[in-house]
Design a protein. Structure first.
Length: 336
């Protein structure tokens, strides 16, 4: 059993192939009653247009490629949802690929999307190295990066002000009386995470706080990594009154490790994250965090890409959005 073709529809409708084609394209040469009958028969037979043939004629596919590091990461899945909704509003469909935090796979799926003749690509990159491995590709197809601050690179990107967001988070904890604040989850392979660390260090320097850092040597931030790092830290006596995590996923892992150790949040230890993923608002978690405006990021990235598609020779565009604190109940004021 094969796909229903225009010829199949024409046979059932008792009209010519050309009549069906004109009816579906809205040609004024076809009467309204005939057009409606052809459309009804197409729907009844399950006919779908040949998008490949159409794209060859129109020189576009109306498909946007999206590459994310991992769709099971809550931040990535929420971003994907916002992008898909807005892409449809703009008349495009989304084709999603995972890079699995692997530079080679990232390059492979980028090439795959190019082979599918997508009109443009939006991507959340593996890290700062992605520009170097993909620059021969991004020169050929309109591309916009989300999240990774490619400040001095010839790429289009949309990001949040990561340094300012983390500095605000550190200063919020300082305002509650915390002077021993542990930063958990710093990653060296990401400019985004380097900027977040810079925000923490800037606040520490400003207020005369001695920095305390636990680094994440993995390529990703996850519940499991947050749990493992915190569990190891809690095995020894510690003096911190607050933990500031590089991502919400890490913070949720810290909550699990603290629970197993009998450490109460926020009574014994205050905790903050970054991203404001949907899980953070759940009552058992109730995490104070820094919000990345995900819908605004998605709309800005899509608008930037569509402008790039229309004007491929336009200068590269860089947009930095403002983060904001989301105060919940995982932090408490103390007297030091």
């Amino acid at each position: 059993m094969g796909f229903v073709t225009l010829k199949d529809v024409a046979k059932v409708a008792g009209v010519s192939y050309a009549t069906v084609s004109r009816a579906l394209s809205g040609s004024p040469e076809i009467g309204e009653s005939t057009r409606k009958r052809v459309v009804r028969i197409c729907e009844e037979m399950g006919y779908t247009p040949n998008s490949v043939a159409r794209s060859m004629v129109m020189k576009r596919t109306n498909i946007i490629g999206l590459i994310v590091t991992s769709i099971d990461n809550p931040f990535m899945s929420e971003m994907t949802a916002h992008l898909e909704i807005y892409a449809r509003q703009c008349g495009y469909n989304l084709m999603v690929c995972n890079s699995s935090y692997n530079l080679d796979l990232e390059k492979e799926v980028f090439s795959l999307l190019m082979g599918r003749k997508v009109d443009g690509i939006i991507m959340i990159p593996v890290g700062s190295e992605s520009h170097e491995t993909l620059k021969t590709f991004t020169a050929q197809v309109p591309t916009v990066f989300i999240g990774e601050n490619m400040i001095d690179l010839p790429e289009n990107y949309v990001s949040v002000d990561n340094a300012t967001g983390m500095q605000q988070a550190t200063e919020y904890l300082y305002s509650l009386g915390h002077r021993r604040i542990l930063y958990l989850g710093a990653r060296d392979n990401s400019m985004t995470h380097q900027l977040r660390l810079d925000g923490y260090l800037n606040a520490c320097k400003k207020h005369g706080i001695e920095p305390s850092i636990i680094r994440n040597t993995s390529a990703r931030s996850s519940f499991q990594i947050g749990y493992a790092l915190a569990k190891q830290h809690f095995e020894q006596p510690f003096s911190e009154t607050a933990i500031l995590c590089a991502a919400d996923t890490l913070a949720i892992g810290v909550i699990q490790a603290a629970y197993e150790k009998g450490i109460r949040i926020p009574d014994d230890l205050s905790l903050m994250g970054f991203d404001n993923i949907s899980f953070s608002a759940l009552p058992p978690i109730d995490l104070t965090t820094v919000n990345q405006p995900k819908q605004e990021l998605a709309v800005s990235a899509m608008d930037m890409l569509l402008n790039r598609i229309r004007k491929p020779d336009a200068p590269h565009t860089k947009t930095i959005l403002s983060p904001s604190l989301v105060i919940r109940n995982s932090c408490r004021a103390i007297e030091d």
